[in-house]
Design a protein around this ligand. Structure first.
Ligand code: SF4
Length: 221
């Protein structure tokens, strides 16, 4: 039942919006950096920060590892919370260099549960960031259950409003085929509908999911 509902939602979104071609990023490390920088800010601001790092020829683990944290903070200033985010990037790099010789390719050998657990143990990396890294940088079948996902799922009666991140992730992850490309596209489509229609104040008229049963009576977000 849930599988059919999720499949219908996916199909309606895909039919309307088409492929979203996520995640923007030329390298695995750029995707990881973007996932860390995008917390609590718009993607446009992340792009400016990444552009600064690229222009300075610093967007590699080796270069950023040797960069002073205050210099890094200055370069990523457009992404907001730049001191916190600089220290998060540094924490990620410390973990990478202390445990995996600074080589992202060494992470490819880890199974998904182990890699997820290790990412979550890095200071400042929460479930949404870890899952974005796993899905978009490492092509693992992990669903990113963000606030957009939650809003659509709650309003369409797929999950209770008080469900936590793991319950929401489990809902999608265990009821869909374990295909990274599907999870990639589905998450991007949910972000798209969340930005254009399913905002805190929903615009159901004209939404691709309008014909499906939904309710706005729930006090949520
Ligand atoms: S805007 Fe309305 S129809 Fe669209 S996803 Fe949200 S609740 Fe559903």
């Amino acid at each position: 039942m849930i599988t059919e509902q999720l499949t219908e939602i996916y199909q309606l979104l895909f039919d309307r919006f088409g492929p979203q071609s996520w995640w923007p990023g030329e390298t695995q490390f750029e995707i990881i950096t973007g996932a860390i920088l995008t917390q609590n800010t718009s993607w446009a601001n992340v792009e400016k920060a990444i552009k600064n790092l690229k222009s300075a020829h610093l967007l590699t683990p080796e270069k950023l590892c040797h960069l002073d944290v205050s210099q890094l903070a200055e370069l990523i200033r457009p992404a907001g919370y730049y001191n916190i985010k600089a220290s998060r990037l540094k924490s990620f790099l410390s973990w990478l260099f202390n445990n995996y010789d600074g080589q992202l390719q060494n992470l490819e050998n880890l199974d998904t549960d182990r890699l997820r657990a290790e990412l979550l143990a890095v200071k400042g990396i929460g479930p949404e960031t870890a899952d974005s890294v796993l899905l978009y940088a490492f092509d693992r079948p992990v669903f990113v259950a963000d606030a957009y996902t939650a809003r659509v799922a709650v309003r369409h009666g797929l999950i209770e409003p008080d469900a936590d991140y793991e319950q929401l992730r489990e809902l999608f992850q265990s009821n869909l085929p374990q295909k990274p490309q599907l999870f990639n596209e589905f998450h991007a489509l949910l972000v798209k509908v969340g930005k254009e229609f399913c905002r805190p104040k929903a615009k159901c008229s004209g939404c691709p999911l309008e014909k499906l049963p939904h309710s706005l009576d729930i006090q949520y977000l």
